[in-house]
Design a protein around this ligand. Structure first.
Ligand code: GAL
Length: 496
């Protein structure tokens, strides 16, 4: 037995000793997630249009690690049957995937619907349903048609209508079978990351573009939600929300409490408050903060564009549940005078004059910003309930990043176990968490990190033309969880 095996063994034994055989309620659903550009490949199959990721990585191949791109990725465009099989092996009740806008609407507009694109998603949806797995469908997971990016993309206010037109096509085609919809994945990623040279469209426009994008994503989501409500809900009775990235933040010292609240408003509030708060609009403290900053910088208008009273009403309350992507927790402290502030991977720290740290007592995952602090999820669920009064929360992403592709990914298992435990506690506290969707089904194209890091329950061999998928130990563990409806299976599988 190696040193590592001994440690693993001890952790597993202690997990087993503490085991209380907690069973999740029957209505709680387990799932896994993926996203079109990260897995599909088939970038120019049939009449598919170019996405902004295709354009970025074909014209600036050095942007992603090792010059990687999603041209083939996991080749799910051809291997979707195997993906469904994996969902079955895992015992999933939900499979979250996204639709590629340019695959379905090659021009970006509904003047032409791709037959091939339409069939691809029909096959996937039907295949899942035949196996009793519910599709959870994201309309937009970062892959804008390049044609629309050329027209200004998310900085152009017309995008709210373009998005609603696209949403209408999707709801019309698949609304009879899909009952859970996410309009946008992480508008924070679309805007704060995409306009900070860390994601397509790979623009360096954190002062203005990012905030135009922020407002337009809110309007686009709201228009799609309202149109479902009016035109589709009476027939199909589905639910619509969006996935919001929510890293939990805690003050390092009592003195950092105020700046932590501002941080939460900056990172999360700008994308949640307009939709989920009772009063709607921007979170007031960050709006004030950014307006003051803009004045000092000589701008004549707020950089965070003001909502009109009608727009506030348009966006407010446009949700049927809260879709939460949670990964980790950070401690916030005010920067010391003259201290250098890094803004990767947590954007905007400079703007707020803060430093994000890890608590020394929290174990780190395989990268230095990824703390294993599951209690953060529990706190966040409470915060969402207390702040917005949300009545239903679906965890739409939660997952563990690894830098080696070891099949024995015991830290991932521990991460899943501990996060599920906190969800269970939150449910016991009366918070209605209705499901857990793990990120991700299999290793895939992890944006600018390419294929260098992995989040998958299944490993994918990216040098094999067949893109063979192999279950990791975490897949075995998770399939026990989904079938036994309990997280207390850490002892199973490893030594079988
Ligand atoms: C999320 C994103 C996913 C995936 C994940 C892991 O923010 O929605 O596409 O990349 O992070 O980094």
């Amino acid at each position: 037995m190696s040193y590592l095996d001994v440690i693993v063994f001890c952790i597993l034994i202690s997990a087993k000793c503490c085991s209380q055989d907690v069973v999740f309620p029957s209505w709680f659903k387990f799932g896994a997630a993926s996203a079109a550009y990260q897995i599909e490949g088939g970038w120019n199959a049939s009449d598919k249009g170019e996405s902004m990721w295709d354009k970025l990585l074909h014209t600036q191949p050095r942007v992603a690690a090792d010059g990687a791109n999603g041209d083939v990725a996991c080749d799910s465009y051809h291997l979707w049957r195997r993906d469904i099989e994996m969902c079955v092996e895992l015992g999933l009740e939900l499979y979250r995937f996204s639709i590629s806008w340019p695959r379905l609407l090659p021009s970006g507009f509904p003047n032409h619907i791709s037959e091939d694109g339409k069939n691809y998603y029909n096959n996937l949806i039907n295949g899942l349903l035949e196996k009793g797995i519910e599709p959870v469908v994201t309309l937009y997971h970062f892959d804008l048609p390049q044609s629309l990016q050329d027209l200004g993309g998310w900085a152009n206010p017309l995008i709210a209508d373009w998005f609603a037109d696209y949403a209408r096509v999707v709801f019309t085609l698949y609304g009879d079978r899909v009952k859970t919809w996410l309009t946008l994945n992480e508008p924070f990623g679309i805007c704060d990351v995409g306009y900070n040279l860390q994601q397509a469209p790979y623009l360096n426009d954190t002062e203005v573009g990012r905030y135009l994008c922020n407002k337009n994503t809110m309007l686009a989501h709201a228009k799609a939600w309202r149109l479902y409500q009016e035109e589709f809900k009476p027939r199909y009775h589905g639910k619509v929300s969006l996935s919001t990235l929510f890293i939990w933040y805690e003050p390092l010292t009592p003195d950092d409490k105020e700046v932590t609240e501002l941080t939460i408003e900056h990172w999360e509030g700008r994308y949640a408050h307009p939709i989920f708060s009772k009063e709607g609009g921007w979170p007031p403290r960050i709006q004030q903060f950014l307006d003051n900053a803009a004045k000092k910088e000589g701008y004549h208008r707020p950089r965070l564009p003001t909502f009109t009273a009608e727009e506030i009403e348009l966006v407010r309350g446009t949700y049927d549940f809260y879709g939460l992507n949670h990964y980790t927790t950070r401690k916030v402290r005010k920067a010391k005078f003259g201290e250098e502030i890094e803004s990767w991977p947590f954007y905007g720290s400079k703007e707020l004059g803060i430093v994000l740290e890890n608590d020394r007592s929290w174990p780190l995952g395989s990268v230095d910003w990824f703390a294993m602090y599951p209690e953060g999820l529990w706190k966040q669920l409470h915060w969402l309930k207390d702040t917005y009064g949300v009545q239903e929360i679906l965890i739409t992403e939660n997952g563990y990043v690894n830098v080696d592709d070891d099949l024995n990914d015991w830290k991932r298992m521990k991460y899943i176990r501990d996060n599920l435990e906190q969800i269970q506690y939150a449910i016991e506290d009366g918070i209605n968490v209705t499901g857990y969707i793990h990120w991700t089904l299999m290793d895939n194209f992890e944006w600018l990190a390419g294929y260098k890091v992995n989040f998958g329950l299944y490993a994918v061999n990216f040098t094999d033309p067949e893109r063979k998928r192999t279950p990791r130990e975490s897949a075995r563990y998770y399939s026990k969880v989904t079938r036994g409806r309990s997280y207390d299976y850490l002892h199973v599988g490893l030594y079988e």
